[in-house]
Design a binder for this molecule. Structure first.
Ligand SMILES: [Zn+2]
Length: 389
């Protein structure tokens, strides 16, 4: 099988990407979506079918968009689907203390997962850990097409980590180091942007052309898709949304702001404020448990955070007008437990004539973040921009 997707012309790749993201699709629906004639579509799909990148889906998966005139075109009427087994990807999400990895197929379905502690945050030790995880997931079987790695921090050119506070890194050529070590084309991306891409193409926001993703945990993260594309900027990954003012009382953030999102909503901010209020050191889950049990000190901190979360979501909705907002992160339990307070904070900053904000709160799962890293590697492959070697 010669599935050299990246060597295909752009027009042919566009067909495959459309099927990847929205398939199975009938030929009629696919031609309509891409504004192609049936003849052109047939010319573009034939080599993809011959190479095994696309397959004809079984009848059970027939798309509802089937058109009555299709059978007289004299071609198979089966919808087209991606050959998910044609390529595999490894995605790794790095934290300050661990590496979470998944192996996915071309449809971004997770086939296997693995976790390893990081004995040190030295780049060489992290490269060792990632290489070991790749070996574990691949297990001597098929070779993955590419590797994606995501970090909480700033990535440049999908190659270098320019700053990652949790790893204490500045300017680490991570893709180059991993390519030398694993032989796999490697893409490096900010973790929130990678997660946004995964939710957009294959997850909670599949089918949305306009949505926002907000993460709350060690920091406040933000990803934004408009016109069906991720908004990217050299400034993405600096946690800028964390400085959004919420007008909630707080200790100052590292930039000196009182009442900004990072100083009210993050796990360190919540545990610090609640520990001070209760008079002993508390972990995040203890704070939430105490608040739910009626402790007034923890309750006030948690209530402020829930209202502040709602206000941040309202700001996102008011400014970007998304079809939906996906909220997740390792601190998302607070928003799940106090959903009515979050909604009240959100509604307070909306106009009652505006549509209610579609809020999709997703439970936190490191494997989903690792899947995001796999998806950015997958995207660079299918868009024909594999990481340079
Ligand atoms: Zn701030």
């Amino acid at each position: 099988m010669t599935t050299a997707w990246a060597e295909r012309p752009q027009s042919s790749r566009a067909v495959a990407v459309e099927v990847l993201r929205h398939g199975p699709l009938s030929r009629v629906e696919l031609a309509r979506r891409l504004a192609l004639s049936q003849g052109t579509l047939t010319r573009l799909t034939r080599p993809l079918l011959d190479e095994g990148l696309l397959v004809e889906a079984p009848d059970a998966a027939r798309a509802g968009a089937e058109s009555p005139e299709e059978p007289r075109l004299g071609r198979p009427a089966q919808p087209l689907a991606i050959a998910a087994d044609a390529h595999h990807f490894v995605g790794v999400k790095l934290t300050g203390s661990s590496a979470h990895a998944v192996l996915t197929d071309l449809g971004a379905d997770v086939l296997a997962g693995a976790v390893a502690p990081l004995p040190s945050t030295e780049p060489a030790a992290v490269v060792d850990a990632v290489a070991a995880l790749v070996g574990e997931l691949v297990g001597g079987g098929r070779r993955p097409t590419a590797l994606g790695v995501s970090v909480g921090g700033h990535a440049a050119d999908h190659r270098r980590v320019t700053s990652a506070p949790f790893l204490h890194w500045s300017d680490v050529s991570l893709a180059e180091l991993l390519e030398d070590r694993t032989g796999l084309p490697t893409t490096v991306e900010n973790d929130v942007l990678a997660l946004t891409e995964a939710e957009h193409w294959f997850g909670a926001a599949r089918g949305c052309t306009r949505f926002a993703l907000v993460t709350i945990g060690a920091g406040v993260g933000y990803g934004h898709v408009v016109h069906d594309r991720l908004v990217s900027s050299p400034d993405a990954g600096f946690g800028l949304v964390g400085h959004w003012p919420l007008e909630v009382p707080s200790s100052p953030c590292p930039r000196g702001h009182r009442g900004c999102a990072a100083s009210v909503l993050t796990i360190p901010a919540i545990t610090e404020a609640a520990s001070a209020a209760v008079g002993r050191p508390l972990a995040f889950d203890e704070v939430v448990d105490l608040a739910l049990a009626g402790d007034p000190g923890a309750g006030r901190v948690v209530a402020d955070a829930a209202r502040g979360t709602g206000r941040l979501l309202a700001a996102v909705a008011n400014l970007t007008m998304p079809e939906k907002i996906v909220l997740t992160g390792d601190g998302v339990r607070l928003a799940l437990e106090l959903a009515p307070q979050v909604r009240a904070g959100l509604d307070a900053d909306r106009d009652p004539r505006a549509a209610p904000v579609a809020l999709d709160v997703q439970d936190f799962d490191f494997a989903e973040w690792a899947r995001g890293a796999a998806v950015v590697a997958l995207q660079r492959f299918v868009r024909g921009r594999p990481a340079p070697r």
